[in-house]
Structures are given as C-alpha cells and as structure tokens.
Design a protein around this ligand. Sequence first.
Ligand SMILES: Cc1ncc(C[n+]2csc(CCOP(=O)(O)OP(=O)(O)O)c2C)c(N)n1
Ligand SMILES: [Mg+2]
Length: 281
Amino acid sequence: MYPGFRGHEAVQVGCALALDKNDWIMPYYRGTGLAITFGLDLYRAFLYWRGNPIGEKIPENINMTNFYVTIASQCPQAVGLALAGKLKGENYWVLTNFGDGATSEGEFYEALNLATIFNVNVIFVCENNGLAISVPSRRDIPMKKEGIGYQSINENLAQKFSNIIDSYRIDGTNVVEVYKTIKKIKSENKPAFVEAIVYRLSPHTTDEDQSKYLDMEKYTNITKMFDPVKRFESYLKSENIIDDETIDKFKAQIEEEIENAIKLAEETPIPSLKEIIANHY
Ligand SMILES: Cc1ncc(C[n+]2csc(CCOP(=O)(O)OP(=O)(O)O)c2C)c(N)n1
Ligand SMILES: [Mg+2]
C-alpha cells in the first residue's frame, strides 16, 4: 500500500529546495516528494514502496532517515538530531514533515517543548490536508456525514502552537511561498512550526476508498483549484517563463525517467534473509 503525495507536491518540493546538502530531513510516509527532491533516487524510492528491503538502505551521501510510519514518532528524534548538531558545533538544520493528525500525538507536544527549551535548528512542517484518514481537522473538508468529530477545537494549528514556538500558516500549494518561509526560518536561527494548508488529491493510501467518508462531488469541486502542479504551471506561463512546448518536453523526460526506475525496481529481486543481514538492509 502506498500513501500518495498528490496535492502535497509544492510543500515538499519547496521545503527540500530551501535546504542545504548538509541539512537533514526526516520524512513521514507521505514524504516521498520531499525525499526525492532532496536527493533520494527514484529507483530506491520505488524499491522501498514495493517492499524490497534494499530500498530501506539510504545512501550515505543523503542526509535523510527512513520514512516514518508511526505517527509523530520522528518529532522528538528530530530534536535529538538537531541537538547533536548544536553540541558538535555543526549548524545543520533538521526538517521533519508530518500530517495534521500527528499534532494530536503526545510525542509532537514533547518535541515542540524540547525544541524550544534547547533552542535547536529544527523545522516542524505540518502538511495540513484537513484529514487524518477519515477524521477531519478542517471545516472546509466536505464530509458525507457530519458529527464525526475534529482533531482539534482550534482549526488554526499555527495559532494553536504559537505560544510555544514560532509558527507560520502558509499556502502549502504555493511552492514559492513555502520556499521563502523555510529560508526565512533558517535565517532566524530558532526552531519553528509551519502549518502548510494543502488538499489531499489522492486517497489516504492506494488501498482505501475515500468516497466512503468524503462528499466526493463537493470535494472534487474544491480541490481542483488547489493542484500545486497546475498552479505552478499557470504561474510560470503567466510570467512567460515557460511555454507549452517546454512543459511537454519536461513531461516526456520525467516520464521516461520514471519508467526506467520502475523497470529497474521490478527487475531487482528481493534479497534473501542472509543477504539482508549481511548487507544491513
Ligand atoms: C502512532 C500511530 N497511530 C495510528 C496510526 C495509523 N495511521 C496511519 S496514517 C494515520 C492518519 C494520519 O493523518 P495525518 O497525520 O493527518 O497525515 P496524512 O496521512 O493526512 O498526511 C493513522 C491514524 C499510525 N500509523 N501510528
Ligand atoms: Mg492529514
């Protein structure tokens, strides 16, 4: 099962591009876009999501941990990694992403507290898509049935946490806004929380049916306005930076790259238990 990041592209690409190579990322399961923009090769990402243990091994030259599936468990660890950097006099930043649901976890609160006490270089990026699987956190998400309950009494998460940590509420479908926000945080040398508003443009994972709980007609109507790729494409076109011909050329190139990586991943056999242990996959 694969948790897609359609709708989250701008926030993930913007974050990765605003980081330096010696910074660290600690992505959550929906963070494949963050990882591949930061430098993880597509082949390895595909191996990982196909369940091939070779994909678990992150190349040494990429400062990233593996994808975290246990919600918010990476948050205190991100503070630890940032604290290690501070103690060693290495001023790298640690950026971790997670969903709105993660902000209901105890570990998230502990991490905010620790980050501010130690005053370390950590950026918590909440990709608020308004849903934790089928539990809404925002009133603009049209549910089939009302009354399921919300993640929080305060819909504005940045406001909610602003008493603890520097907090930003931004449009997570606008790649430029994301990039600028992360750069600004890095220049201020303080930990920060970013709430990036996005819409989930694919089901929670490939094995679930979101039409069971979402009012699909209304949902599709709202979300079509917030496709980050389309938004960036029209922005670039309106500024005369790119034309249709160049876009088509890019798309063809990218599709070829994807096809090649898929083919290679499909051809890579699952290692035996012996090989897994010997190679530390
Ligand atoms: C500690 C923990 N509890 C429950 C789950 C099951 N679970 C997987 S995804 C998910 C929803 C998380 O929603 P959110 O944090 O908003 O992230 P999104 O998937 O929307 O990006 C839950 C409850 C889990 N993986 N870990
Ligand atoms: Mg969510």
